[in-house]
Design a protein around this ligand. Structure first.
Ligand SMILES: NC(=O)c1ccc[n+]([C@@H]2O[C@H](COP(=O)([O-])OP(=O)(O)OC[C@H]3O[C@@H](n4cnc5c(N)ncnc54)[C@H](O)[C@@H]3O)[C@@H](O)[C@H]2O)c1
Length: 426
């Protein structure tokens, strides 16, 4: 079988996860070119996927100038670059896997969708959770009519302290003004997409939202805290601070591909001395978490009403001790309740014999965990993208742009509702 010729645009963490799975594990992709301004990332693409030196480019213009040399693009650039790096490839007719969030506003989203459609491109985004066996089971139970009609969905996402710090408080999604994404867009476009996907017999019509930046602010810093942990924060403060970089970044580091990116080296090659030096000087992760200057909220609630009267709520909180995603779907004939991070799911129904309830349990213990490939979703997503490009019928999870638009629009509306303190009609 001919492999799918693929260009990687933005050879960072996410694009390489998909390229590895598609090219090496599934054997369906052939990576024929790589684009990244960072020579270190191009070297990684050469060594990992066999891209030749002559097929590595620093700028998308150089590969676009060659005309259409492949079947598809895996676009793993950062949020603020998605539109700019996606449109020219779509205009040349490339199918594309574009990381979420697709873009940061409704106008750009429609432009992206229209460009894909006008050029006959299959455009999919990376709502990987739809492919996680845990969420897929929930979808199947709903489609099989096990809980009747959906009445209410409640989801929550509690982001662990270290993950919050590395991504949203000190990390590259800490400033909407720089990356273009709010917390809801960067972290919870997955959750609002899941809500819309699970309840897609109807559509959202109204959204309200509250939230704010209330806990990770200068005024909440421990008394006497400095500005950089390793430079001017007293030991007496650091020893009681959860966010002290010694334990969170140097002794343990749960997402090592984030904090050492600014050193310009592959994170596995950065020495302890280089890490310490960066934290003392230029590394944004070395700054006191309360003084890091982020402009996103640290907690938010969203309340949604659907056209058929069903409702949903989602809440996100940064800086919790035990992280995880919970879901509770209430239907007219049953309920589904689960905790993704522990891989536990229950289907509960009414028992006519006892007039009480009885539950059936499902276990997803082998694909649990906050950081491990999105509960198994990464693998399923790239396989489905390959099937789509090959012209096969995609799965029920398929995150085509046409099917992913509602969740994105809901995020934009929820943020508007929060900022303007009013209910938004969709
Ligand atoms: N699906 C998910 O659950 C999930 C999880 C994490 C991140 N993401 C998203 O994936 C995307 C990538 O995140 P990441 O953590 O892999 O980022 P990253 O920083 O590791 O990778 C981005 C790469 O793009 C390169 N780049 C910069 N400018 C470029 C340009 N003009 N042309 C081509 N390449 C360019 C950078 O050098 C870098 O190597 C983001 O949009 C992020 O929000 C999605």
């Amino acid at each position: 079988m001919n492999k799918i010729k693929t260009i990687i645009v933005g050879c960072g963490d996410r694009a390489c996860v998909y390229a590895r799975e598609g090219a090496i594990n599934l054997g369906l992709l052939e990576i024929v070119a790589a684009v990244d301004p960072d020579e270190e990332r191009l070297r990684y693409a050469r060594e990992s996927f066999g891209v030749t030196e002559g097929s590595c480019y620093k700028d998308i213009k150089d590969v676009l100038a060659l005309g259409k040399i492949a079947d598809c693009v895996i676009n793993g650039t950062m949020d603020q670059l998605h539109l700019k790096t996606a449109l020219p490839f779509l205009e040349q007719g490339y199918d594309m896997l574009l990381e979420k969030p697709l873009v940061s506003n409704g106008d750009d989203l429609l432009l992206l969708k229209r460009t894909a459609e006008q050029n006959g491109c299959r455009l999919m985004t990376c709502h990987v959770l739809r492919y996680a066996p845990f969420y897929l089971k929930i979808k199947e139970l709903i489609l099989n009519g096990e809980i009747g009609d959906i009445v209410n969905i409640q989801t929550s996402e509690r982001v662990g302290a270290a993950h919050s710090s590395m991504s949203y408080l000190r990390g590259k999604w800490s400033k909407e003004s720089e990356c273009g994404s709010s917390l809801l867009l960067a972290k919870c476009c997955h959750d609002l997409d899941l809500i819309c996907w699970l309840n897609n017999a109807t559509a959202p019509v109204e959204v309200a939202s509250t939230g704010g930046r209330d806990y990770f602010t200068e005024s909440k810093a421990p008394k006497g805290a400095g500005t950089r942990c390793l430079v001017d924060c007293p030991e007496s403060v650091r020893k009681n601070c959860i966010y002290d970089v010694q334990s969170m970044y140097l002794d343990n580091c749960i997402l090592p591909w984030y904090p050492w990116q600014c050193t310009g080296k592959n994170y596995e090659d950065v020495t302890t001395e280089e890490k310490v030096e960066s934290l003392k000087t230029y590394n944004p992760h070395g700054v006191c978490v309360y003084k890091a200057g982020g402009d996103i909220v640290d907690h938010q609630n969203v309340m949604i009403t659907f056209a058929d009267g069903s409702t949903a709520t989602h809440s996100v909180t940064l800086g919790v001790m035990k992280p995880g995603r919970n879901i509770w779907v209430v239907g007219t004939k049953g309920e589904i309740e689960g905790f993704a991070d522990e891989g536990t799911l229950k289907l509960t129904k009414y028992s006519k014999q006892t007039s009480l309830w009885e539950s059936q349990s499902f276990d997803f213990n082998d694909v649990k965990g906050e950081t491990g490939g999105h509960f198994g979703g990464d693998k399923g997503l790239i396989n489905d993208f390959c099937q789509l490009v090959l012209g096969q019928q995609p799965s029920i999870s398929c995150t085509s742009v046409q099917d992913s638009i509602t969740g994105h629009l809901l995020v934009f509306a929820a943020d508007k509702a929060m900022k303007e303190n009013k209910i938004i009609k969709l």
